[in-house]
Design a protein around this ligand. Structure first.
Ligand SMILES: *Cc1c(COP(=O)(O)O)cnc(C)c1O
Length: 383
């Protein structure tokens, strides 16, 4: 049998929504995007939401709006996708890698506290695989840290965690901004896209500008009331707006995300049950978290991870690695040579982990086959 790592679940009704936008003269960011932003604000019970064309560009718009740049430090967990760190380097600030908890792979207040200096301007906690970091505890730590010299912003990386909660609270409630990705494989997708939510009015106004070049008004406002309105540029921005053609794919997915999570959770729980008591390492599930179950990662000990990937691939099962430790990449190793050794938990998991197929259209037969192949071909390597 052949099992894909990922298949999207977009339906003919999603194609119709795109066709409806194509039938209008307006293709860029307009009424469709505005309606989705209202839907997002409601979903997260926050006053402001902005659609963006990727997590990465959204994070750049947020960092620019927060005036984070050269001379500033931003704390980023070593166990994440490279984008979480890259955006910091792209605005000229310095990434300071922090290690993660070895059982949850999440950044904790204790681990972040070790990296705070007078230069720290922000922390980017990553809700890895769908479980949320403790944002209120991070906030509390940052407010009382003896080394800090200024207010430290919290920017949540929610690329894995749209529908997750911790202590009954969704992303965005206790941070400055929370940023989501609608990249092709994420729980909600429009191919490439993302969103930012915030409760802070002033920051929202600044991000409206940094999302479109720094312009004081977007395309839809420049032609408001059927006349041309001049715009100004007060601060430097990037090009991060999501256009209506892609935004049209989102309303239905946002409306159904919670019922679709039940299905994802059932698949993840079947994996957990099937591997319980076996030789693989697993990620601890926190009682206080409702995970978005974005990825199902396992750890293969004994230095056998790559052998396990080869064995699964040979059996027709596609897998990925999420992730090798970011400071282990050539770029970051050169830039921050001491960082990797200081992040042992991230390094270790990065050498062991692989992710199994987890998506709505994964059939029971397909999952049974994946489980069988892990039992037959990976367990012997891990023992
Ligand atoms: C996917 C991902 C990103 C980047 O998202 P894009 O929309 O592709 O820019 C950032 N952080 C994490 C943890 C991710 O998984």
């Amino acid at each position: 049998m052949k099992v894909d790592f990922y298949r999207h679940s977009l339906l003919p009704r999603h194609a119709e929504a795109v066709a409806a936008v194509l039938a209008t003269p307006f293709l860029t960011t307009g009424k469709v995007a505005q309606a989705v932003e209202a839907q997002l604000a409601e979903y997260f019970s926050l006053p402001y939401a902005l659609l963006v064309n990727s997590w990465t560009n959204g994070a750049l718009a947020a960092l620019l709006a927060l005036d984070i740049g050269p001379g500033d430090e931003v704390i980023v967990p070593a166990m994440t996708f490279i984008a979480s760190a890259n955006v910091v380097e792209l605005v000229g600030a310095k990434v300071v890698f922090a290690d993660v908890d070895p059982s949850t792979l999440l950044l904790t207040p204790e681990l972040a506290a070790k990296r705070v200096t007078r230069q720290t301007r922000a922390v980017i906690p990553v809700h890895l695989y769908g479980q949320m970091c403790d944002i209120p505890a991070l906030r509390k730590m940052l407010e009382s840290h003896p080394a800090r010299s200024q207010r430290v912003c919290l920017i949540e990386d929610c690329a894995h965690c749209f529908e997750g909660e911790r202590d009954g609270t969704k992303p965005g409630a206790h941070s400055d901004v929370a940023i989501f990705s609608f990249y092709a494989t994420k729980n909600i997708t429009c191919g490439e896209g993302g969103a930012i939510v915030t409760g802070e009015a002033e920051l929202y106004q600044r991000m409206l500008e940094t999302r479109v070049h720094g312009m004081s008004s977007g395309a839809i406002d420049r032609f408001a009331a059927n006349r041309y309105n001049h715009w100004d540029m007060r601060r430097l921005g990037t090009k991060a707006n999501l256009f209506d053609l892609l935004a049209a794919l989102l309303p239905d997915q946002i409306a159904t995300v919670d019922e679709r999570l039940c299905h994802r959770r059932a698949i993840a729980n079947r994996y957990r049950q099937a591997f319980a008591g076996g030789p693989l390492r697993s990620v601890t599930q926190l009682q206080c978290c409702k995970s978005a179950e974005h990825l199902f990662a396992i750890g293969v000990p004994n230095g056998m991870r790559d052998a396990a990937i080869a064995a699964l691939n040979a059996a027709g099962v596609s897998v990925t690695v999420n992730y090798r430790s970011v400071p282990e990449t050539t770029f970051y190793k050169k830039r921050y040579p001491a960082a990797s050794a200081a992040c042992q938990a991230a390094y270790g998991w990065g050498t062991e982990t692989l992710s199994l197929p987890l998506y709505g259209s994964l059939s029971r037969e397909e999952q049974d086959y994946v489980i069988q192949m892990v039992h037959d071909r990976v367990y012997p390597l891990a023992r």
